[in-house]
Design a protein around this ligand. Structure first.
Ligand code: EPU
Length: 419
């Protein structure tokens, strides 16, 4: 068993660099299956979700070379065969193989995706889009088969009645080589969608409107190789900014695109967090008094659900009573009982999180029940007096590149222990 042990209460300072975006790269890698030549990604984070995707790509027949943050993928040898079930169902983003295999072979046989338990996470809208593009969906034991009988999918018009990042990206991937034009209405607008569209366009696709709620894809016959820089991870950036405000005595978070974090920064401003926005960095000062604020998550450019949990420890330092409402994942409250174990005045009432501060946290044994809850526990552990032991850390390592090394460099007393 592996755990993270933190001796908290130490002030941190210095500089921390944000890595490439997890939720981008987990779509970029499967999308490369559509290319007829080598695609190179720069800025690939050292996270276990990437390790899993590389393993899957290799099992499927791709040749992969990884050198630090650079990943070179030659997808020409990829075969149309059922995907490795155990690997597929361990990560949510495996659903992007549906779109890429369907786009390349007109068929995909894949297990149902796994991922963090944030309550129900259906994939009905992905399937609705594939069906509208001519694919038939059938089930074979633990696997699902999507098939057009080997033909290219065809263009169509899709309206998503819920704004969905995954289904928007998956439809773009499948439609890149479709016969004709696909129009996605009420598309999600997250920066990761623009990043995937940029890669596909640099591979020769014709995608317009990514980043708006109408995306048009003119299908092309072939896609070629390219080189692409992954955008910075806005959720990792927000996590470090919140942590810097909670325990920092002057921390510069670098490789940050401020434009991707406006709603988050606006909330920090409302709390009274003192920081300076630089060209591609944010400097967070040592904080004095902070004010409690209410948070309501929403699709981009609203306040990101993925930042609600990492911000919670900082909220606990603020004075007053307020609420957090997650409109994307109502059950994304796994961090609440763990924070309460550390002495926080926080609870869930009628689907909302209610907290009252300021709180002094005490180190305790806690469990990372999902990725962002895990990030919250790391910050809480750094804030707390005494020793915090976090178990289930596999979740944290899925999405935070070199987190132990980055925090140690800021002066944290943190260790990953194997038992
Ligand atoms: N939804 C449906 N049907 C679908 C798809 C989604 O009802 O077919 C619902 C979901 O249940 C949810 C809402 O639509 O209530 C939005 O879900 P979305 O599809 O946008 O989520 P996702 O694509 O599965 C990605 C990120 C999540 C992030 C959400 C929301 C990846 C791999 N995951 O998930 O990231 O929380 O968008 O922004 O990109 C994380 O990084 O910790 C994480 C969970």
């Amino acid at each position: 068993m592996r755990k993270i042990v933190i001796n908290g209460g130490k002030p941190l300072s210095g500089q921390v660099a944000v890595s490439g975006a997890k939720n981008s790269v987990v779509a970029l890698i499967p999308a490369i299956i559509l290319a007829d030549d080598i695609v190179t990604l720069d800025g690939v984070p050292a996270i276990s979700d990437v390790d899993s995707l590389i393993e899957i790509m290799e099992i499927m027949g791709a040749k992969v070379k990884r050198d630090g943050e650079t990943l070179e993928i030659d997808p020409r040898g990829v075969e149309n065969k059922p995907m490795p079930y155990g690997k597929i169902n361990s990560l949510r983003a495996s659903y992007y193989f549906y779109g890429s295999l369907l786009g390349r072979f007109g068929e995909a046989v894949v297990g149902l995706p796994g991922g963090c338990d944030l309550g129900p996470r259906p994939i009905d809208l992905h399937l609705k889009a594939f069906e509208a593009m001519g694919a038939k969906v059938s089930y074979e034991g633990d696997n699902m088969r999507l098939s057009t009988g080997g033909k290219a999918v065809h263009g169509t018009q899709i309206f998503f009645d819920t704004v969905t990042v995954g289904a928007t990206i998956n439809t773009m991937i499948a439609a890149a080589k479709a016969e004709g034009r696909t129009i996605i209405e009420n598309a999600a607008r997250e920066p990761e969608i623009i990043d995937v569209a940029t890669l596909l366009n640099n591979m020769g696709a014709h995608i317009r409107g990514a980043g708006t709620d109408i995306i048009t894809i003119e299908g092309v016959k072939t896609l070629h190789g390219t080189r692409h820089q992954v955008i910075p991870d806005r959720i990792e950036a927000g996590s470090y900014i919140a942590m810097a405000a909670a325990v920092g005595e002057g921390i510069k978070v670098t490789n940050v695109l401020y434009e991707h974090l406006e709603s988050f920064i606006a909330k920090l401003d409302e709390m009274g967090v003192r920081m300076t926005v630089e060209e591609d960095a944010i400097f967070v000062e040592k904080q004095e008094k902070l004010k409690a604020v209410s948070i309501k998550t929403a699709p981009y450019p609203g306040f990101a659900t993925d930042l609600q949990q990492p911000l919670t420890p900082l909220l606990l330092k603020a004075e007053g009573r307020a609420t957090i409402t997650d409109t994307i994942y109502e059950k994304r409250v796994n961090h609440v009982p763990e924070m309460a174990r550390m002495g926080a005045n926080i609870s869930t009432v009628g689907g909302r999180i209610v907290y009252e501060g300021p709180n002094d946290l005490t180190g305790a044994p806690v469990k990372a029940t999902d990725l962002r809850a895990g990030a919250a526990l790391v910050t809480a552990g750094l804030m707390a007096k005494g020793r915090t032991e976090i178990t289930n850390i596999e979740f944290i390592l899925r999405g935070y590149s070199n987190i132990i090394e980055k925090l140690k460099a800021l002066g944290a007393d943190i260790e990953l222990i194997e038992e």
